[in-house]
Design a protein around this ligand. Sequence first.
Ligand code: GLP
Length: 242
Amino acid sequence: MLRIYCGENYDEMSRKAANIIAAQVITKPDCVLGLATGSSPIGTYKQLIDWYEKGDLDFSQVSTVNLDEYQGLSHEDSQSYYYFMNENLFKHVNIDQAHTNLPNGLAKNVEEECERYNKVIQSCGGVDLQLLGIGHNGHIGFNEPAEVFEKETHLVELAESTIKANARLFENENDVPRHAFTMGIKTIMQAKKVVIVVSGEDKAKIIKEAFFGPVTPKVPASILQMHNDVCIVGDKAALSLI
Ligand code: GLP
């Protein structure tokens, strides 16, 4: 089932998404959260931190698996998703760092790293709630438009448009890594619940295409139409075409 929650603006969207995640953590304190990076979930994380500080949330038993990581960036690199997660969530709440997981961007052997990450996800017992953003080309995690849906963790070559979109966070476009590790589509689809946060007019078209157009690997997020429990949490601008 697809549920759509609309907030007036980014902050309201973030609060609604955080409410869904908070409900998950409260009802299953040892849940596995699948987490995302990007601008879209930052407000959601801020709200969760706020509720944690007020004593309303406890992350001590929560485990996390992140969607993706750039290849070649170390944990200390401020552009790595490891760094992002620490800055935007982990270091502010009582999560056990040993229970947080991301692909290792510095892994020498790509195949081994993909295998390792698949096992990490399996050994957590699967994802209870997967938080997602969406790229302008419909990518989820770093599953870029392709001829087939890639199932499990793999290394991707980033689309030119993704490099351009993410360049805003780097000093210059050449610094954006060309490759990244990402969880696969099958793994994302196996999450019990999927919450996708989306904000801004520039995402309106892809949201319409992904959720109301044909299901195709050319729009990776479109596969979510086949999932049983998906919430789109958006602001008015992002939901303006649906
Ligand atoms: C990045 C991430 C995705 C994210 C997307 C959208 O490339 N790998 O997981 O959903 O871009 O990012 P934003 O929320 O900043 O628009």
